[in-house]
Each structure stands twice: as C-alpha cells, then as structure tokens.
Design a protein around this ligand. Structure first.
Ligand SMILES: Nc1ncnc2c1ncn2[C@@H]1O[C@H](COP(=O)(O)OP(=O)(O)OP(=O)(O)O)[C@@H](O)[C@H]1O
Length: 317
C-alpha cells in the first residue's frame, strides 16, 4: 500500500512571490492491488500528489511510504524502475518500434533479450494488440488508442507492483476511451497492481476506481468507494461536484453484463436492440431511450445473447 502522511507541497506564486499550497496536509492510503482514482477539479493538486509518489516532485513536508518504505530513502531512478508511469501524452520513442518501446525498461535493467522478447509479446497480447501485427510498427503508424495501449504495456514491462497513471485515457474519443478502459480493467483483474489514477472525469473515476479520492484545493474532500461518494457524499462540495445525476453516473461504472437477467420464455430476442455486455449500464440506458424499448438484449464476447437488461434492473443499481 501507499501511504501519504501529512503530505504538503507549497509553490511560490511567480507574480506575487507568495507561497501557496498545491497539496495541504494530505493523509491518504492507496490500498494494495486496487485502483484508486484521484479525482477533483482542475488545479486541486492531483498531478502534484501523483508526481510526489515517484519523486518527480519533492514534498515540502510530510512522508510517502510504499509498503512501509519512505520513498525519500530510495534513489529516484531506482524508485521509478519499480513504479510504472503512464501519462496522457504517451511519450513513445518515435524512432523505436512498438516492441522496442515496450522493452525499454527491461533492456535498461539488462534482462536477457530472449526473455524480454517473450514478455513483450505477452504484454502486447494482454493489452489487445496482436504482436505479429503491431510489434514492428512505429508509433506514427498507431491510432491514439493503440498508442495508449502500448504506453500501458510499456509501464507493465518491468512488472512493477505500483502503477501511476495521469489522465491516461484523456486524449481518446469516448468510444476508444471505453475500450481502452475495459482492456485495462481486464488486465487489472489478472495482475492486481496498486494503481493510482489521476482523472478529472467523474465517469472514469466511478467506472475504474475501486476507491475514489476526491480532492478540493489541495485537501481531501472524501475517500471511499464510488458507491460511498454517490450515495453518501461527505459534504456539499462532494454532492455538487458529482452533480445531480450522480446515480446516472454510477450506471457508467457498472457493466451491462452485471445486470443481465435470463430472457423470459417466449420473448422475441431478435426484436430487441443489442448491446455488448462489456459496455456500461449507462450505455444500455441510452440505447433503451434511443430505441424506445424497456429492455435490451445483452451479448457476450462471441456475440451470443446472455440475457436481457431491463428498466427494473437499472432501478435496483
Ligand atoms: N511547478 C509548479 N510551479 C508552480 N505552481 C505549480 C507547479 N505545478 C503545479 N502548480 C500549481 O499547483 C496547483 C495544483 O496543480 P496540479 O497540476 O497538481 O493540479 P491538478 O489537480 O492535477 O490539475 P489539472 O486537472 O488541471 O491537471 C495549481 O494551482 C498549479 O497551478
């Protein structure tokens, strides 16, 4: 786990010279093996907090412990090899192939080439990029979503227990974004990394986060499960930030497949609109409203119908 203890970062205002708090006496624990979304309005200190964990920025005061070890006692370059880092501008090396990009850290660590080559193929498959098709491409031959997947594969290459992500899917259009989010959640179900993900997108935080840490002006406004924040907001700020349609937003965090019911006998499934079970319940609701149906057929990975999702199931969320 990652513990932030009384963590503070002050900067100087370049115009007035006055000091101000970017992060203010923050106490927060990111649980091992879970995704914590660090959410909040622009300028509330999310990125600063994240960058102190891998020492891209140094705290003004306070401590950061990773599994009990103070990060300030570890040399920054050693620390960063143990912590994966994914940012919005993926930062792939343009002159290297996809495979070489993913292999950067293992090569740096002097790991045997043959072993790395196998690992790179494994990771590309894991993020949904067929190695035979993508390994030899250059970054300029990739779509934004594909480049982002390579960024995730590269961050996982050294098998770090901790992964820091700063608006990792921010540059993608909504469709590509939901796909890469799903690919990532799928990976996380297998790898159980300790993930801290900065986002200002409420839907993304509720969908991806096992927990959400909502910040406001350098301080913690609330830490809890998406359900806690939506149903039990700790303050007026939290309630307002999540917005009136908080329950609707929560649907964005539930896959349609989780709400599926057996299709009643005699129902003409062929007449229902269809939606992939990996898409969100919110997408299912949009489809119902768009098509004027009170239920939709939910399909599995192979396109087979798993069952139906209806209005009542949505109301129970
Ligand atoms: N290097 C710096 N020097 C001075 N001020 C800084 C520096 N980096 C960040 N800040 C200020 O600290 C505050 C917090 O910035 P930070 O980037 O952590 O916010 P954020 O929550 O990640 O915002 P966003 O969602 O817009 O990226 C802001 O007021 C920002 O202007």
């Amino acid at each position: 786990m990652i513990e932030l203890q009384d963590l503070t970062k002050q900067y100087q205002n370049p115009q007035t010279g006055a000091e101000f708090y970017a992060v203010r006496h923050l106490d927060l624990t990111f649980p091992t093996g879970e995704i914590t979304a660090l959410l909040g309005p622009s300028g509330c200190g999310k990125t600063t907090t994240l960058r102190m964990i891998n020492r891209l920025s140094e705290p003004s005061s306070g401590r950061i412990l990773i599994d009990g070890e103070d990060v300030l006692s570890v040399r920054p370059e050693l620390l960063r090899r143990r912590i994966g880092y994914v940012i919005q501008q993926v930062g792939l090396f343009p002159h290297l192939t996809v495979a070489q990009n993913v292999a950067t850290v293992p090569d740096l660590l002097g790991q045997p080439k043959a072993q790395t080559a196998g690992r790179v193929r494994e990771l590309l498959s894991l993020v949904g990029l067929e190695p035979s098709e993508f390994a030899h491409k250059r970054p300029n031959e990739l779509s934004g979503g594909q480049a982002q997947r390579v960024g995730v594969a590269r961050a996982l290459a050294a098998d770090p227990p901790v992964l820091l992500m700063d608006e990792p899917f921010g540059a993608l259009d909504p469709l590509a974004r939901e796909k890469v989010q799903d690919a990532f959640l799928d990976i996380q179900r297998r790898l159980h990394k300790t993930v801290v993900m900065v986002t200002h997108d409420i839907d993304e935080a509720l969908r991806m986060g096992d927990r959400v840490a909502l910040m406001n002006a350098g301080e913690l406004a609330q830490f809890g499960t998406p359900d806690d924040l939506v149903r039990r907001p700790a303050s007026e700020f939290v309630r307002q930030f999540l917005g009136e349609d908080a329950l609707l937003r929560q649907l964005a965090g539930v896959p349609a497949s989780a709400l599926v019911l057996p299709a009643p006998a005699g129902l003409a499934l062929a007449d229902l609109p269809r939606i992939s079970g990996s898409l969100s319940a919110r997408s299912a609701l949009s489809l119902m409203l768009q098509e004027g149906h009170e239920q939709v057929a939910v399909t599995g990975e192979g396109g087979q119908v798993l069952g139906v999702l209806n209005w009542q199931a949505l109301e129970r969320v």
